[in-house]
Design a protein around this ligand. Structure first.
Ligand code: 4NP
Length: 166
């Protein structure tokens, strides 16, 4: 199967081979989602590559926000080696599935795709119309809340993919 054959109807029937998590800065939410998806995918014994990106270039080259590193470390995960990068049109060829943290990330991602890539899957990470709130300007409690939301959804995605892989 080539990437171009992976369509929305496959969301629950075929596990993706490559997944990109997406937020605005690629320093708070999507690095947590990348770390948790990767950990749960590995535990489930699936072979899915995960990466993350931001729609902006604000923090390109930077490590995740110290508050994201801290909340992940408290739960036993290490993401300090990740570096922020900006989403590019090539990502729509490279990734089977792009999971956006909020509607604005999704809208901005779709702006840089070409028409022929419009059927590629860009979905909300929490599904339906639920969003992971941006914790950047909030206090440290926001990061724990965001961690919990992202972790639950990571477990849900991985069990969906594990079911469809069997
Ligand atoms: P993220 O959070 O999109 O979850 O990485 C943000 C990080 C930085 C900024 C906004 C959101 N910023 O405006 O610099």
């Amino acid at each position: 199967m080539t990437n171009s054959e992976y369509h929305k109807s496959d969301l629950s029937s075929i596990p993706p081979r490559t997944v990109l998590t997406l937020c605005l800065g690629n320093i708070c939410r999507s690095p947590i989602a990348e770390g948790l998806l990767r950990a749960h995918i590995e535990k489930a014994g699936l072979n899915i590559t995960v990466d993350s990106a931001g729609t902006s270039a604000y923090h390109v080259g930077e490590a995740p926000d110290p508050r994201s590193i801290e909340v992940m470390s408290r739960h036993g995960y290490h993401i300090g080696q990740q570096r922020s990068r900006q989403l590019t049109p090539k990502d729509f060829q490279k990734f089977d599935l792009i999971l956006a943290m909020d509607q604005s990330n999704m809208k901005n991602a779709l702006k840089i795709t070409q028409r022929e890539h419009s059927s590629r899957i860009v979905a909300l990470y929490l599904g339906e119309s639920r969003e992971v709130p941006d914790p950047y300007y909030g206090g440290p409690n926001g990061f724990e809340e965001v961690y919990r939301m992202i972790d639950q959804a990571a477990l849900d995605w991985v069990s969906l993919w594990a079911e469809s892989a069997t």
